[in-house]
Design a protein around this ligand. Sequence first.
Ligand SMILES: Nc1ncnc2c1ncn2[C@@H]1O[C@H](COP(=O)(O)OP(=O)(O)OP(=O)(O)O)[C@@H](O)[C@H]1O
Length: 468
Amino acid sequence: MFLIKCPFSFCRFKLIKEVGDGTFGSVWRAINKQNGEVVAVKKMKRKYYSFEECMSLREVKSLRRMNHTNIVKLKEVIRENDILYFIMEYMECNLYQLMKDRVKPFSEAEVRNWCFQIFQALAYMHQRGYFHRDLKPENLLVSKDVIKLADFGLAREVSSVPPYTEYVSTRWYRAPEVLLQSSIYDSAVDMWAMGAIMAELLTLHPLFPGTSEADEILKICNVIGSPDEQSWPQGLSLAEMIKYQFPQVRGSQLSEVMTSASSEAIDLISSLCSWDPCKRPKAAEVLQHTFFQGCTYVPTTVRTKVAGLPKTPPCVGVKRVSELNIARRYSTGTLSTNKPPSNTSIKSSGLSKTGVQRKLQMDHQVPLKSKRSTENNNKLTTNRVPARNSPGHPVLRHSRSLPETGRGTVHKVSTITEKLSHMSVTSRTRTTPKPTAPLLKAGHVKSELIGKSDEIPPAKRLTRKLVS
Ligand SMILES: Nc1ncnc2c1ncn2[C@@H]1O[C@H](COP(=O)(O)OP(=O)(O)OP(=O)(O)O)[C@@H](O)[C@H]1O
């Protein structure tokens, strides 16, 4: 047995294997030598010179407040020798890893099960006043039937005051209001991303694989048609403000793009991918959609209080839950088509297989990770380079990158280890849901440039801060 001289220090953990390399940290599978527990350790890349600095990190601030089955648990935060480690529950792989080597699309049942869990997590966090802002397959972690939201590095409190100038989500999943540089967006950006992710799971092709921001909008127009006064008046104003002209495209309709998807799936994805953020359903509403018929929505408040409720994902545990008459079954019944769940194929030749497209995207990557380009620069055409992961081997190399905030040259060597073992206790304390903040007026900076349909003028200079 190990003799642990420093019960709170990082030496309790043995790093086994690097399983992910993101913008801000590398992630390792590790073992807690004290109790044999397998954990994930995220070792942050920049240095942290005070514990306060660590505690003000978004990832810490938001994750420590989350206590949900479908949100990855942050167990501890350790700062040692100015290096910051997040100790998290370990998950086997991410959704992108599962997709990239597949030939046959996932069944709707599989997609339903995953998405139902994610929407529950989103309903939970949105109701508590947070939104994720960087949903993408790489940030959805899977272990067996369970899926969890991870990477809260960009998570935002709804009540925080816009303008949100430092937002840089991954382009393919980025909501149009963000592409058009709105700074008063809200949790609807997560709903857009989920629509794109759902479609990708059902077809194995990204729905809007834009190669630049302008191309991203074009790709969206090609599928859902250009917005007009009726579908998104505010969008036209946003475009006007930055002198951008939408391409005039009728769109091909999702049903033409996803030929094998059920009408329920298409209906849900269409509503999630509405131009107008106000027209996108809320996460709690989505749980009631016909696509999720057969799944049971168990509010976390109920689920965590009742002993004996299944720990399996909600869809798996339906029977048990309904027997106990605890769950609320939401029937939606608006759609009548009972198309049997089927594997979905993609019709549009414009959409390429996930892996291929992502590989192509890599060609535009700035080679040096430390110089990873950001979309907060003037050019709005920075390419998003998704992670390339393969389960259990090669290290994930993420590319959504942002400049690290410089820390100057001060380098203190701290031997103090700070442990937040109370964090889990804190996170179990349920916070009162914050009311959704009213949309706040944000100052838009008018572009000096005349926009063309294939070119979005430079964005406002955006700076991502690690510390909010
Ligand atoms: N708890 C975990 N268990 C297992 N693997 C994980 C865990 N957390 C993260 N990973 C893996 O590491 C990868 C990178 O993690 P994460 O997204 O948190 O880093 P990041 O630096 O914030 O990345 P990004 O560039 O997306 O901002 C993830 O895509 C995932 O595959």
